[in-house]
Design a protein around this ligand. Sequence first.
Ligand code: DHB
Length: 393
Amino acid sequence: MRTQVGIVGAGPAGLLLSHLLHLAGIDSVVVEVRSRADIEATIRAGVLEQGTVDLLSEIGVGERMKREGFLHHGIELRFAGRRHRIDLSALTGGKAIMVYAQHEVLKDLIQARLDTGGQIVFEAEGVSVYDLTSDVPTIRYRKDGEVVELHCDFIAGCDGSQGVCRPSIPPRLLNVYERHYPFGWFGILAAAPPSTEELIYNLHERGFALVSTRSRQIQRLYFQCDPKEDIADWPDARIWHELRTRLATPEGDWKLIEGPITQKGVIGMRSMVVEPMRHGRLFLAGDAAHIVPPTGAKGLNLAVSDVRVLADALSAFYRTKDEALLDGYSATCLRRIWKAQRFSWWMTSMLHRFPGSDAFQMRVQLAEFDYVTGSRAASTALAENYVGLPLAA
Ligand code: DHB
């Protein structure tokens, strides 16, 4: 089999790239190890930056998002019970974020690809990539017992942090920058109405908590936990008690609305970047090249900005045979990636309790809150990063 761009992975990066290439008249095949049902049911984050919302709308994949998603113009920061609203829109010239779950974005992208004749091979087995530095890099996999060789002009490695693409690059050619955090997030879905119209990022002596939403009936909440926490130790009543304790505030008559918990899971937290994001004719995008801790919800949005740059570079190549944008792909993406890494690391540090950190550290974190909420310059810095920096920033 032959295609112009072989894409490994049907996550946000792979599917969006495939659709952007289609709109530019470039052929692609997406090869994915998981099933469509599995992809469409996996619970991930749910905050889309303004630029992500604009892009999905522009390419005709934003209709359901606009109908069912929630446009938020601000967030609440809550530190030791003190509440402060960051007015994202006022501070960024009208930008906002959309709360719309990642797996809903994936459903929309899969539908868009299938509606326009796109090829997605689900449940491919034994996927491997080779001849990466030749003119015909190849993806090999098994489907229904048959071995398929997909010969490509280019391969996009969009197969996440556990995928096969990054490990196919000789390790001596990659620099890996990594940081592990000594905590995780305990995430739940609860069948309850929203407790808040905007997201609450909360710091308490017992640790971080986040109140987010999915719909008028389903809420998404997280709290900082041990990375090895066993969900069996957390019956519903204990979870609600922990969340109530951390979110308690004497300001206003705010109350956490509880309900049956329908899903529980622990999310690890780390930062990782590989440089460069290219080897021969293999280009890494999204989680295959970088991981951010979830605070600030940059993961999906970074995948989107990577593939925007890659789609433009590939289009330029097919139009003019000019490789300059492909040659610049890694450096262009990394500038934005490192800014998102900085922001995610900063939000994480400001909002979490580190094991062994003392009362001095907590005072510094409270001072940071005072500064971020009291200074227009500092609030603006948070807001412009939160809604998303421009593509070429
Ligand atoms: C959500 C996840 C995040 O990491 C975040 O910063 C905000 C919201 C969410 O899943 O809703």
